[in-house]
Design a protein around this ligand. Structure first.
Ligand code: C2E
Ligand code: CA
Ligand code: CA
Length: 609
């Protein structure tokens, strides 16, 4: 290294270099070199030159005042790829990218070094072979004894690897690894920035529905791939100035700057929903996903990112309650609803230990002779302030509360015990139907609980029917099939409740080991006046015959409905015509009473023994 003849200063107090080239340039004093005209110092200048020359991890070179390279160490050769012979005499702007050169960056760096006494920067530079690398650069002006600028000393370090790992860490901290979308922290920060900037916008919380059964059935890889497909479709459904982030495993945020209401917002929601109309494919599997959307608008629905997200969350819950593929815009009433929900949840917690739940029973009859074959157990809550409540007042909250499983187990045991008592008074073929909660199917304990309830009540499996709604079945898809088979092996009947109201009913008939279809009340209501309802009932009865299932019609209030249902091929019925739901004790009394009368008279109405 020649011509280093001025003060050089270490820009950072740190250990430079690695491995064999470890050279410590601690502090400006140690790194400083003053070349004066004494022989002793000329010796030390030579030593320093040798030292600099041997540094391999740093490009150390000098420029003249115009930026032409005047010296070149071995580190420079290694990092930039040019030998000293090749590069000395050329302009240092050779190392800058075309854009940087066009912007006049090389000379600006030199000016900055002169003006500030030193220039430090990081940027992309070019090697001889044309490849780019990240450089950490220090430029130091060199002055003659008389103060006149004679050139520059430049130290460049290749920090590409460090930049890469910094970028990796940054990506991990700020972006979701699976989708590459901004993660929760980044999304909230971005949203808050937009709020601070006064940006009017819609914030959508999108809840992807159906992923967990896919993970359970097809495995995580398929689930991940399908999630990515769904996200890609949403990206296609929004414009470029909109952005999407991932808040949690199946929860996303979609931010629509400038859109605050009206047709445009609805249009985007519909597009996001319909983007999932076609099945998604992943890992060679295919499945259907759905989405629920909750919307909060800035500034009307919130003054901070957290508040907007909170309210969009409330709205998405509302959308969920409306069913899959729904969207809801936040209303302050949602908050009131949440409050009453919380109050109700606390009350539910003590309702079971305090014995406030009761099971009512509604008789089920054989249509051809109106003989009673059993009853459906229906939950009631004797609320200490509000009186006797039917499920519509609390079921929605109970189902989603952590108490659903416990209440469901209680219902199951209670119903079996009641059936046992009825069978004991002489109705030997009497059975009971029990409605299942989603939580019971999810628990993995259902089969054992059913076995226990039957054994404790000392009744056979055939005396029990479990009623399942389509939504529950859809949510668990194939994962519950083995459990349902075990129940059937116990002789327990499986009934598909509210049949005809869902949308995947046909394929489910094939896959699930059902024994009974329960026609929804809505089809029975207008049966006598509505040709279409009659057609639905006829079709269900036909299906049931083909699949060898029993058909029960519910909500029968009039004799006309009874007659027609019988004509259309239904075997069993339930409704106010035969009896309203009543307390267990009362029903037992009624049965005893009727048993006494039946034995004395020749009345057709009786029991199936
Ligand atoms: P569901 O299973 O469809 O039960 C039938 C509902 O229709 C009952 O309402 C019953 O009182 C009513 N109903 C019966 N016959 C007639 C009629 O002729 N006309 C009219 N208008 N209504 C009739 P309920 O007892 O209010 O139960 C509502 C829903 O709550 C049930 O619908 C069921 O889905 C759920 N549910 C009730 N008990 C339980 C339970 O123990 N566990 C679970 N998981 N769900 C339950
Ligand atoms: Ca039912
Ligand atoms: Ca029903």
């Amino acid at each position: 290294m020649s011509k280093v003849s001025a003060e050089m200063q270490c820009h950072k107090c740190e250990e430079y270099g690695e491995g064999s080239d470890r050279v410590k340039l601690h502090g400006s004093r140690r790194a400083a070199l003053k070349v004066v005209k004494s022989d002793v110092l000329t010796d030390s200048a030579h030593q320093f030159s040798v030292l600099v020359d041997s540094v391999r991890d740093y490009a150390i070179y000098t420029l003249d005042v115009n930026g032409v390279i005047t010296s070149w160490n071995v580190g420079a050769e290694r990092i930039k790829g040019y030998s000293a012979a090749e590069i000395i005499g050329q302009h240092f702007s050779k190392f800058y990218t075309e854009d940087d050169c066009a912007a006049g960056l090389p000379m600006r760096c030199l000016n900055s070094a002169v003006v500030n006494g030193k220039h430090e920067a990081q940027g992309r530079r070019i090697r001889k072979d044309g490849t780019e690398f990240w450089a950490d650069v220090v430029i130091q002006p060199i002055h003659e004894e008389n103060g006149i600028l004679s050139g520059f000393a430049k130290i460049t370090r290749d920090i590409t690897e460090r930049r890469k790992s910094e970028e990796r860490v940054h990506r991990l901290a700020h972006f979701d690894q699976l989708t590459g979308l901004p993660n929760r922290i980044t999304s909230l920060a971005r949203l808050q920035d937009m709020v601070n900037g006064g940006q009017a916008m819609s914030v959508i919380v999108a809840d992807l529905v159906g992923l967990s059964p896919i993970n359970d059935t097809f495995g995580r890889a398929a689930g991940d791939a399908m999630l990515n497909r769904a996200v890609a479709r949403w990206v296609g459904a929004v414009s470029e100035q909109h952005w999407i982030g991932r808040l949690a495993s199946d929860e996303f945020i979609v931010v629509l700057p400038g859109i605050i209401d009206g047709p445009e917002l609805r249009e985007i929601c519909k597009k996001m929903i319909s983007s999932l109309d076609a099945p998604v494919v992943g890992d060679g599997r295919q499945a259907y996903l759905a989405v629920n959307l909750g919307i909060a608008v800035h500034p009307v629905h919130g003054q901070s990112a957290a508040e907007l997200l909170n309210n969009a969350d409330l709205a998405v819950n509302q959308a969920k309650a409306r069913g899959r593929n729904s969207y809801a815009i936040y209303k302050s009433a949602f908050r009131d609803l949440l409050e009453s929900r919380l109050i109700c949840e606390t009350a539910i917690e003590r309702a079971l230990p305090d014995g406030e739940f009761e099971l009512f029973y509604q008789p089920q009859v054989r249509l051809k002779d109106r003989r009673i074959i059993g009853a459906e157990g229906l939950l009631r809550w004797r609320h200490r302030e509000r009186g006797l409540l039917t499920p519509d007042a609390f079921l929605d909250i109970l189902e989603k509360s952590p108490h659903a499983h416990k209440v469901g187990s209680w219902v199951l045991r209670e119903a079996c015990m009641h059936a046992a008592r009825v069978r004991q008074i002489g109705l030997s073929k009497y059975g009971v139907s029990v409605n299942l909660f989603d939580a019971q199917l999810r628990s993995g304990q259902l089969v054992d609980e059913v076995k226990c309830a039957l054994a404790d009540a000392k009744i056979p499996g055939s005396a029990l029917h479990l009623e399942i709604t389509e939504n529950i079945i859809l949510d668990h898809s194939d994962t519950i099939v083995p459990e349902l088979h075990k129940l059937r092996e116990l002789g327990v009947g499986l009934s598909f409740d509210d049949y005809g109201t869902g949308y995947a009913s046909l394929s489910l008939l094939k896959r699930f080991p059902l024994s009974q279809l329960k026609i929804d009340r809505s089809f029975v209501q207008n049966l006598c006046g509505d040709q279409k309802d009659a057609a639905v009932v006829r079709a269900i009865a036909f299906l049931a015959r083909e699949f060898q299932l029993q058909v029960v019609a519910e909500g029968i209030e009039k004799s006309g409905q009874h007659e027609q249902l019988h004509r259309l091929g239904c075997q069993l019925g339930q409704g106010f015509l035969y009896g309203k739901p009543v307390a267990g004790e009362e029903l037992l009394r009624l049965y005893k009473d009727r048993l006494g009368r039946t034995s004395k008279s020749t009345k057709k109405i009786g029991f199936l023994n």
